[in-house]
Design a protein. Structure first.
Length: 198
């Protein structure tokens, strides 16, 4: 909670209310999508009812840095970064609810639900939906155009896919969930820097 509060203050001080509000949108969406399908996730042993400092750090550190750099980069990288972590959250939380097992990107074989580096059709669709919600939020908070919001959604989906690719390495003992989440947000930020002009 202390770490989240520090990141929140940094977002507000360097970026302003819109930056803090978009982060709050992410947190609200994350809570909703985490609780969705609670019974199934509980039975699978995949329900994460608590978040540690590592999770807060991996999802909040880069957005805070992007808020500090916003006078030079603009809000595009921050918005796309938030879209990427939201897309990843939606993919992992909703994807595990699909009845068919996910497909591992390591060997293209069925994998256990919740396996890093595995993807499902429902999870991929949910990923795009989560990123699109951030794009819609950015329309109201940052006054971006609908076409820019579409790019935000695509950037979020791309970040989520890159997260899954690095998840393959995570399953092999290279990196952690935290580092994979950071790479996801970084991928979104890079796309946002080059493709979202506000």
């Amino acid at each position: 909670m202390l770490l989240a509060a520090i990141f929140g203050l940094l977002l507000y001080f360097f970026g302003g209310l819109a930056y803090l509000a978009l982060m709050l949108v992410f947190f609200i969406l994350a809570v909703i999508v985490t609780r969705y399908g609670y019974d199934v996730k509980r039975d699978l042993g995949l329900y994460e009812h608590e978040r540690g400092w590592e999770n807060v750090l991996s999802n909040g550190f880069l957005p805070a840095i992007l808020a500090i750099l916003s006078p030079f980069t603009g809000p595009g990288p921050f918005i796309a970064s938030m879209a990427a972590v939201t897309a990843d959250k939606f993919a992992s939380e909703i994807g595990v609810l699909e009845q068919n097992p996910p497909i591992s990107l390591l060997d293209l074989k069925p994998a256990k639900p919740g396996t890093s580096g595995a993807v499902s059709s429902i999870g991929t669709i949910a990923s795009l939906g989560g990123a699109a919600l951030i794009g819609v939020g950015a329309i109201y908070l940052f006054h971006i155009s609908p076409s820019a919001a579409l790019v935000v959604a695509i950037a979020g989906l791309a970040g989520s896919i890159i997260d899954s690719l690095f998840g393959v390495l995570e399953e092999r003992g290279i990196g952690t969930k935290g580092t994979t989440n950071f790479i996801c947000s970084l991928a979104g930020a890079i796309i946002g820097y080059y493709w979202i002009k506000i």
